[in-house]
Write a protein that binds this ligand. Structure first.
Ligand code: MLT
Ligand code: MN
Ligand code: ZN
Length: 320
């Protein structure tokens, strides 16, 4: 590799950096087998449509050392586009030092297979239910033992802080969410706390916090209070309407049934975000290819813009 050290000009000092590696929901944008008007438009490179890879972010306190949150099947492409991940010195290396998983979904975990060349076990932070799914229904963590190995790190289920390698100076906290375990999980129809968590990541030096939840079906008052005390929320942007997939003839399931709160309608994400204090930055992430907000010229996108809601894109950088 001829690349120089990563992020040599990265801003130093007290801050928190978030890099969106992938802003799409499972399937990506375009989705390989989808012929919806959005997927057609992005394939044709129509203006106002951006290609998107599957759901993942990286977090850093320095701009040099990073923690990966979720490992999408598109991870190799995402790392190629992300200098912060590139090896800095030595023959092998990576700017990303550990992985935190918010659930056991395929689009958040199968990228781990692509990271098997690491020379030492990957520190992988999961809740107990996610660990169970990833060692039974989808035993990826067992398979990795035949390659780099896994240094399993438990995400506390009682709200205690944890400190994943790469961004250990930040205070990380997991909140159980109402969403959904993956279709292969024994918990799919009988959810347990910890199947899905949202992350509160705070910089103790500045007090600034981000809330990250790419899959979120319900916002109760406790969760809303957490969002309201954040400086930035990055939340479920999967669907515009609860029956989006049904109306398009693509599925029999509502957004809510598969763990996602739609943006429009009573009690929807737009209404929820409107209740937040003005200073809170609002960003939708994990956007499904069917969602009309992916068309920058759509009326739905204009509604978001008028409401002060941003739509994440691959390569988006947030500094707090
Ligand atoms: C989801 O977010 O609901 C899942 O990732 C869907 C999927 O597995 O594609
Ligand atoms: Mn997903
Ligand atoms: Zn599509």
């Amino acid at each position: 590799m001829r690349h120089g050290p990563p992020a040599a000009n990265a801003p130093q000092g007290i801050a928190m950096f978030i890099r969106v590696l992938g802003s799409a929901a499972g399937g990506g944008f375009p989705q390989w087998n989808c012929n919806c008007t959005n997927c057609q438009a992005v394939r044709a490179d129509e203006p106002g449509f951006l290609r998107r890879t599957q759901s993942s972010i990286a977090v850093s306190a320095t701009g040099r050392r990073w923690t990966l949150v979720n490992a999408s099947p598109d991870i190799l492409q995402q790392f190629q586009a992300f200098p912060g991940s590139w090896p800095a010195d030595g023959l092998r290396g990576c700017g990303v030092e550990s992985v935190v998983l918010v659930d056991a979904q395929i689009d958040h975990t199968t990228g781990l297979y692509m990271l098997r060349e690491k020379g030492s076990p990957w520190p992988i932070w999961t809740t107990d239910p996610v660990y169970e799914d990833l060692t039974r229904g989808n035993p990826i963590l067992h398979l990795l033992e035949h390659y780099c190995g896994v240094d399993r790190q438990p995400i506390p289920d009682d709200g205690r802080h944890f400190h994943p390698q790469g961004a250990e100076s930040l205070d990380w906290q997991a909140l159980p969410l109402v969403s959904a375990a993956p279709p292969y999980s024994p918990h799919r129809g009988a959810p347990v706390p910890g199947d899905n968590v949202g992350l509160v990541i705070a910089d103790p030096a500045t007090g600034r916090r981000v809330f990250y939840a790419p899959g979120l079906a319900e916002i109760d008052e406790a969760l809303f209070a957490t969002m309201a005390s954040s400086d930035c929320v990055m939340v479920d942007g999967t669907f515009w309407t609860d029956d989006e997939m049904i109306a398009m003839g693509l599925s029999k399931k509502r957004a809510r049934d598969i763990g996602h709160l739609a943006q429009s309608g009573p009690g929807g994400m737009i209404e929820q975000l409107a209740r937040l204090p003005r200073h809170v930055r609002r960003i939708l992430i994990h956007i499904n290819n069917t969602n009309p907000i992916l068309d920058e010229g759509s009326t739905e996108r204009a509604i978001l813009t008028a409401a002060g809601i941003e739509v994440a894109y691959d390569g988006m950088e947030i500094e707090l």
